[in-house]
Design a protein around this ligand. Structure first.
Ligand code: UD1
Ligand code: CA
Length: 457
């Protein structure tokens, strides 16, 4: 048993969310609330916290089991009851850090400071508190001078107590053995009929134990998500924090108000993000790339110096110095090497496009491989689907595919081959060959004049 263990409470239903999804599974800046809390635990050096699951436990457990130990709380009888479920796993732990799964804005710096104060101060318990102008709904911290006396829940508080602005964030450090003993003594005699974890402080105090509080400077950290409105508020705060972070790292964000960057996105120095752009999931953008305006990239990689404008892309890789858009749609499995151009109204799916190739206008490329420096004419379509299955198209290096070519897959066009505009290619084209498939043009001389003359008779 390590000296320091963490328990994250995540079993509550989140009634106020009015959702079929368990509260901690709601998404914030691209990932569930619970994952934000796991991240902060990892950042203070706790590799595998315990997560208490209950409501919607299959979904929550499935999401976190790779990085946490699961503890089940079958019936949700309060935060004190939640921690009781974890006690058998905490045996022998010197320090128990308790976190709430609905408190995603907590910063690792604050958690580190809380732990340090707790350890240096040889406290029995240390509570992370915050001052809120509008403390409604939170447990209030009652103090005698600097000394915490009690934490009282909104629903149990007197009107005087409700005026107190120092609140309990729901994040604490405990001496493991003392926590276990105190939890055995708490009751559910309160307004909500629940076992409150916060009742252990009263017991500690009576035992003459040392209780400390650490107040965060950034009161946003205290935000516990109980409603959709608080979820939106957290999104706004985290977004601002994240945009400030990237600007400080050397990213130009022309209009922060219309830029949305998920928390796991990675950007390099001198990236420029133009207005109305969303970078989602695990998107990575390398140096000097310019993204936007009006672009959504989800789980994409963009190489340095590329420009991606008015584009939607998902699970796609874009190499260095590529030009994408305006109005391109890159679907999963798209992989573009260096110096590729994908122009307007082009859709690409599950295809590899090699260095220097161009698909400049109005094309559908699916299940294809396009060789180096190939030029794909306007309106080229890979006919990859025969109504029951998908087939591949292989287009060689330095090929020239004439405008409006249909490539009926499976089919291959060899290196340096050319297809005539308007051809429907159903057979493989050898390297260096020209393939034309179109009926002969007929000219009827004077046809229009004769028609007019007939009309005059
Ligand atoms: C709790 C605190 C309150 C504090 C606030 C901070 C108590 C009694 N109150 O109130 O002082 O100001 O957090 O946000 O602790 N949970 C379980 N099992 C349960 C009940 C809750 O795992 O039986 C989990 C929830 O999923 C949630 C967390 O514990 O992640 C907090 O529970 P919640 O019901 O939101 O507590 P609050 O009323 O917000
Ligand atoms: Ca809460």
């Amino acid at each position: 048993m390590p000296d320091l263990v963490a328990v994250i409470m995540a079993a509550g239903k989140g009634t106020r969310m009015r959702s079929k999804l368990p509260k901690v599974m709601h998404s914030l800046a691209g990932k569930p609330l619970i994952e934000h809390v796991l991240d902060v635990a990892n950042q203070v050096g706790i590799e595998r916290p315990f997560v208490i699951v209950g409501h919607g436990r299959e979904a929550v457990a499935a999401k976190v089991q790779e990085r946490a130990e699961i503890v089940v709380q079958t019936e949700q009888m309060g935060t004190g009851h939640a921690i009781m479920q974890a006690l058998p796993y905490l045996e022998g732990a010197q320090t128990v850090l308790v976190l709430s799964g609905d408190q995603p804005l907590l910063k690792p710096e604050s958690l580190q400071a809380l732990l340090k104060l707790h350890q240096d101060g040889e406290a029995c318990a240390t509570v992370l508190t915050a001052y809120l102008d509008q403390p409604f709904g939170y447990g209030r911290v009652l103090k005698d001078g600097d000394q915490l006396v009690r934490i009282v829940e909104e629903k149990d508080a007197t009107s005087d107590e409700r005026l107190i602005k120092e609140i309990n964030t729901g994040t604490y450090c405990f001496r493991g053995s003392a926590l276990k003993d105190a939890l055995a003594k708490i009751t559910s005699k309160n307004a909500q009929g629940e076992y409150y974890l916060t009742d252990v402080f009263d017991i500690f105090l009576k035992q003459g134990e040392r209780i400390l509080t650490y107040c965060t400077e950034d009161s946003h950290e205290a935000l516990g998500i109980n409603s959709r409105s608080q979820l939106a508020e957290a999104e706004r705060i985290l977004r601002e924090r994240n945009l400030e972070h990237w600007m400080a790292e050397g990213v130009t964000i022309v209009d922060p108000a219309s830029t949305f960057i998920d928390i796991d996105v990675r950007l390099s120095q001198d990236v420029t993000i133009l207005p109305f752009t969303r970078l989602l999931g695990n998107t990575k953008v390398q140096e000097d790339a310019v993204i936007g305006p009006q672009t959504t990239l989800e789980n994409c990689e963009v190489g340095s110096g590329s420009e991606v404008t008015y584009t939607v892309a998902k699970n796609a890789t874009i190499g260095v110095r590529c030009h994408i858009g305006p109005f391109a749609y890159l679907r999963p499995g798209t992989s573009l090497e260096a110096d590729v151009k994908v122009g307007d109204f082009v859709e690409i799916k599950n295809s590899k496009i090699e260095a220097g190739a161009k698909v400049p206008h109005l094309s559908y490329i699916g299940d294809a491989q396009i060789g180096k420096s190939a030029n794909i004419g306007a309106g080229t379509i890979t006919c990859n689907y025969d109504g029951s299955s998908k087939h591949p198209t292989r287009i060689g290096d330095h090929t020239f595919i004439g405008s409006n070519t249909n490539l009926v897959a499976p089919v291959e066009v060899g290196d340096y081959a050319v297809t005539g505009a308007g051809s429907t290619i159903t057979k493989n084209v050898p390297a260096e060959a020209l393939a034309v498939e179109r009926s002969q043009q007929i000219i009827k001389e004077q046809w229009q004049r004769e028609k007019r003359n007939r009309g005059q008779k």
